[in-house]
Write a protein that binds this ligand. Structure first.
Ligand SMILES: *Cc1c(COP(=O)(O)O)cnc(C)c1O
Length: 426
């Protein structure tokens, strides 16, 4: 089979299926331009004050954005921040997590998820993922609970909601806070409820790669007045407490940072929020179309949709059945990309395999936070602790290019290239 058929592959000098690069991810247009000019004409580019007055809540655009976001996502409070990373830090801080505490999370996510935990001197405890959605496996979470567990940081990876019913039940039983990293999942639903609004605090990203974006930015949501107040304090140096005596129930984690979103980004975000539904619909239509095209190709499976879930496809992932396809994801990806596609092996390797966890070097060189005197546990970061997560680079490939402005013709090319490549190297 090699030789003749193989020579048709672009990687071996054959004709490529796709000959143009993917366009940059642009979600802005004339509306955003107008919004930016409105702010520039006003000349007030940021308006937070660290005192207990109305500007504690930021400027005109920030406050309008927060109101619109809260309404759209049906939550009591939205707090704008300058990135989802800032939002995750603020969420962990507001939840009262501190030295010696364990926070359960997934290893199959972007590093900011676990950095926010480390950022408060707490210990990320990584639990394995399910092999259908790649989200936290509630069974694994149940087994990982210790007296030190303080919170669960769940991620809705690729925009498919995690099993929030099970995770909330575990949290309730053990009195844990639940923080949702919904960076990839604005608009996704779990049994009708919007991802990010189901736990105690949810965090969305507005960075340039996400479904809607302001270049950099983030939004934190909660229904809890106390948490909202603490999030807003942490966003702005907690200065209102220090400088103007704003009353707080507790000084825990009232060491604030500067996580403030400026007015221009807030104005852009307001336009973007109004585009979310349309952009998401377009993504779903592209995915549905592509799924249909791929359904008769043997040896791959398209993304699973679990009962009651409405995913939004931040990334599109395909699982290879390695009993039918002997080529590794790395070989498949290299061959597909030579055809002009833009696929990746898996997405992230399990976070605990990163050097900071393997070497346990985070703050300074003395082993903090793992050697913290307040830490009573014994966290394990050995290879093998999350076999499913570790197996993903042997079965999973993914791409971001299943989003507008791509069209069904671009999906045709993806399907054609996958059929060609798997037909020849499979
Ligand atoms: C993008 C992303 C983040 C970080 O978002 P920023 O806005 O870039 O800080 C965090 N978690 C997940 C799962 C993400 O995909």
């Amino acid at each position: 089979m090699k030789t003749e058929a193989m020579s048709e592959l672009a990687i071996n000098g054959g004709k490529r299926i796709r000959n143009k690069p993917y366009p940059p991810h642009v979600t802005t247009g004339p509306e955003e331009r107008e919004a930016v000019m409105r702010v520039l004409d006003r000349g007030i580019l940021s308006a937070y004050e660290g005192t207990d007055n109305e500007f504690f809540l930021g400027g005109e655009e920030v406050r309008a954005l927060e109101g619109e976001w809260a309404q759209k996502f049906n939550v009591k409070h939205a707090v704008a921040v300058n990135s989802a990373t800032s939002g995750l830090y603020a969420a962990i801080g507001a939840a009262g997590v501190g030295p010696g505490d364990e926070v359960i999370t997934t290893p199959f996510t972007m590093s900011a998820t676990s950095s926010a935990i480390l950022g408060y001197n707490a210990i990320p405890v990584f639990c394995d993922v399910e092999l259908d959605t790649y989200n936290l496996d509630p069974e694994a979470v149940r087994k990982a609970i210790t007296p030190s567990t303080k919170a669960i940081m769940v991620v809705h990876i690729f925009g498919h909601p995690a099993d929030m019913n099970e995770l909330l039940a575990i949290a309730k039983k053990h009195d844990l806070k639940v923080i949702e990293d919904a960076a990839q999942a604005p608009g996704a639903r779990f049994h009708g409820k919007l991802a990010g609004t189901i736990g105690d605090i949810g965090v969305y990203s507005l960075n340039c790669n996400k479904a809607i974006q302001t270049g950099e930015g983030g939004i934190v949501v909660t229904d809890d007045d106390g948490l909202a107040q603490r999030l807003r304090l942490i966003r702005n140096h907690a200065e209102a407490v220090i400088a103007s005596g704003m009353k707080v129930d507790s000084l825990v984690n009232m060491l604030g940072w500067n996580y403030r979103l400026p007015e221009i980004e807030a104005a852009i975000a307001r336009c973007q929020v109004s585009k979310l539904d349309k952009l998401t619909c377009q993504r779903i239509e592209l995915v549905d179309y592509l799924n249909g095209k791929l359904s008769n190709i043997d040896g791959i499976s398209v993304p699973t949709i679990k009962d009651g879930c409405e995913p939004v496809y931040y990334r599109y992932s395909l699982k290879l059945d390695r009993s039918k396809i002997s080529a590794t994801p790395k070989e498949v990806v290299e061959t597909l990309n030579a055809e002009g596609l833009d696929f990746y092996v898996s997405y992230m390797s399990p976070l605990y395999l990163q050097p900071i966890f393997q070497e346990r070097i985070v703050f300074g060189d003395k082993g903090c936070p793992f050697t913290c005197g307040h830490y009573q546990g014994n966290v394990n970061y050995s290879k093998g602790i999350c076999p499913n997560a570790e197996s993903l680079d042997q079965i999973l490939i993914s791409t971001e290019e299943v989003r507008p402005p791509q069209t069904t013709e671009d999906m045709d090319e993806i399907a054609e290239a996958i059929a060609k490549v798997l037909g020849k190297i499979g």
